[in-house]
Design a protein around this ligand. Structure first.
Ligand SMILES: [Fe+2]
Ligand SMILES: [Fe+2]
Length: 194
């Protein structure tokens, strides 16, 4: 079979869906390569800073690595602004969604909320509420998000910092993205496969 025969999913057969599952598994195996391509494109996004968005992400991941953080945290630091290109109004959620099956609940939560936590550093200069993150003050991961933004985000705009290159992180991403943690039956039932 080169392609399925159906033109609407309602007409698909078990054999056709088994065939599509095999192709999908092959495609998933290229996830890390596609993430790296997306990260490379951040080289051209958001001007005005002293470093590109890619360099910002490399700096965040390098600092996490040099601090001895886990591979999941390093991957989170590297990907945290991956959504800047396609989700300028919800970039935190986009990165969190990509990471979600592969990282702990804590890391997922921190990446998902890093945007509002990061506002602490600048929102008051443009009429916003720098303390907006206080709505999460009693959340179990509040301090973790504060720390992430302080050590691996707000300080990662330094053109003099010697970051590792993107290739350095490929083996780390291969490890983190090797097996989806939460892509179990419950997850499939809730989100579907296609
Ligand atoms: Fe961000
Ligand atoms: Fe950032």
């Amino acid at each position: 079979m080169k392609t399925v025969q159906f033109t609407q999913m309602a007409d698909g057969t078990a054999a056709e869906y088994a065939f599509l599952d095999r192709l999908e598994d092959d495609y998933k195996a290229g996830l890390v390569d596609r993430i790296l391509v997306s990260l490379e494109r951040l080289n051209q996004s958001l001007s005005g800073y002293r470093v590109s968005r890619l360099e910002h992400c490399l700096q965040a991941a390098t600092r996490a690595h040099r601090d001895g953080k886990s591979e999941q945290w390093i991957a989170a630091a590297l990907l945290h602004d991956l959504g800047d290109e396609l989700a300028p109004y919800s970039h935190s959620e986009m990165a969190a969604a990509i990471l979600r099956p592969f990282v702990s609940d804590e890391i997922y939560w921190v990446v998902k909320h890093h945007g509002i936590f990061q506002m602490y550093y600048y929102a008051h200069y443009s009429g916003g509420d720098r303390h907006a993150r206080e709505v999460y003050r009693d959340h179990q991961f509040y301090q973790s998000a504060v720390d992430f933004c302080h050590h691996y985000d707000q300080n990662c705009f330094d053109p003099a910092y010697q970051s590792e290159r993107l290739e350095f992180f490929k083996p780390i991403l291969e490890t983190v993205f090797a097996k989806p943690r939460s892509f179990d039956e419950e997850h499939s039932a809730r989100y579907g496969k296609r």
